[in-house]
Ligand binder design. Structure first.
Ligand SMILES: O=C(O)[C@H](O)[C@@H](O)[C@@H](O)[C@H](O)CO
Ligand SMILES: [Mg+2]
Length: 382
């Protein structure tokens, strides 16, 4: 068996799908994308195809090392997202060739179902309670929302109180019958993170995500000694080597690698094992499409320290298409009380509606995240 062709499809809302075909007709799908830089990652995939066409797709480990090390420069969001999508597609091919789901190739099930959570509130947290009520009707009891809007490096007690008030309203509405993570989204400086974490303690969030920007990772252990709230991060770390110093320094209770940004299943499987050695939980980041989610779930079902899975149904980014729009069988990700059962189908376990993908790729949007500015005109973290 040889790799014959790589085809990429940028589609709404902001995703890119990769199809790898073999010379004997097998097809594997991946989702290589950085949100807002889909064209760049797509170009990187095609640049990397020189290492792939004509090669044996079963040699995932050698192909991964070749893609990672062969070009001298390595790491970062673009190259590691390109490698991630290729890796996902190669595992999809391997599972289909052997007639088993990927998790069977990684040692088999460690659990029978995986708990997922839904986003509420949007970019500027609003209507959180109404959205939580709607999702609760679907059986969900765990959510995530942005903790703040723009926040100054040093901001006022009024800004902090406004952020805390939203959380207080949620607890007033639901008590402790529901759980939530609060995403600081990198919008909060180290000084303000210490202040905001202290004010949020009484509301006992499940975790606070990206309490500071990943380039401020040295604050994770310092913040962790100042709060009992579990700290989470990882969506903007792209390989074992990015997570290595963070685990060694401590401070994070949850790692959130993105299976479409951090080198794919092969790399995130290793990151999950590193985290387990430090008694750190895994909660894969996934605001993306069905192939990315399927790859996450293949890891969730073999990593004992996997605790929560993000999925993008109803997320505020999914304008023009939602999670299930490109899959042939909507039940592939059937949720019961927020839990998804192990995907039984070979490979990644999801069947892509190729005709729908090709149609959607004819006029794809060039999604960009908004550029925020503070009142004084300076650039704000989005
Ligand atoms: O936790 C999450 O889902 C992320 O922070 C998410 O909001 C971002 O990664 C967004 O997709 C970037 O364009
Ligand atoms: Mg996040």
């Amino acid at each position: 068996m040889k790799i014959a062709r790589l085809s990429t499809y940028r589609v709404a809302p902001r995703w890119c799908f990769l199809k790898i075909e073999t010379d004997d007709g097998l097809v594997g799908w991946g989702e290589p994308v950085i949100e807002g830089r889909a064209r760049t990652v797509e170009t990187a995939v095609h640049e990397l195809s020189d290492y792939l066409v004509g090669q044996d797709p079963s040699r995932i480990n050698d192909l991964w090392q070749t893609l990672y090390r062969g070009g001298f420069y390595r790491g970062g969001p673009i190259l590691m997202s390109a490698i991630a999508g290729i890796d996902q597609a190669l595992w999809d091919i391997k599972g289909k060739a052997l007639g088993v789901p990927v998790y069977q190739l990684l040692g088999g099930l460690v659990r029978d179902r995986m708990k997922t959570y839904r986003w509420v509130g949007g970019d500027r947290p609003a209507e959180i309670i109404a959205q939580m009520q709607r999702h609760r009707a679907d059986g969900f009891d765990t959510f995530k929302f942005n903790g703040t809007e723009e926040l100054g490096i040093i901001d006022t007690p009024r800004a902090i109180d406004a952020a805390v008030a939203k959380v207080a309203q949620i607890r007033d509405a639901f008590g402790f019958d529901i759980d939530f993570g609060i995403d600081f989204h990198g919008r909060v400086s180290a000084p303000m993170a210490r202040v905001l974490l202290r004010e949020l303690e009484p509301f006992r969030p499940l975790f606070v995500e990206e309490p500071v920007l990943p380039e401020q990772a040295e604050y994770y252990p310092r913040l962790a000694t100042a709060t009992s709230i579990p700290l989470a991060a990882g969506e903007r770390m792209y390989s074992r080597f990015d997570f290595k110093p963070v685990l060694a320094a401590g401070g994070l209770s949850i790692l959130q690698p993105d299976l479409s940004h951090a080198g794919g299943i092969s790399e995130c499987f290793k990151i999950a094992a590193m985290a387990e050695a430090y008694d750190v939980a895994l909660a894969p980041h996934c605001p993306l499409g069905p192939i990315a989610l399927a790859a996450c779930l293949q890891l969730d079902f073999v990593a004992r320290n996997a605790v929560l899975q993000e999925q993008s149904i109803g997320i505020h980014y999914n304008d023009g298409a939602d999670l299930l729009d490109y899959v042939l069988n909507k039940d592939d990700f059937r949720c019961v009380d927020g839990n998804i059962a192990a995907l039984p189908k070979p490979g990644l376990g999801v069947e892509i509606d190729e005709a729908r993908v090709i149609e959607a790729s004819r006029n794809p949007p060039d999604w960009r995240n908004p550029l925020w500015r503070h009142a004084d005109g300076s650039v704000a973290e989005w």
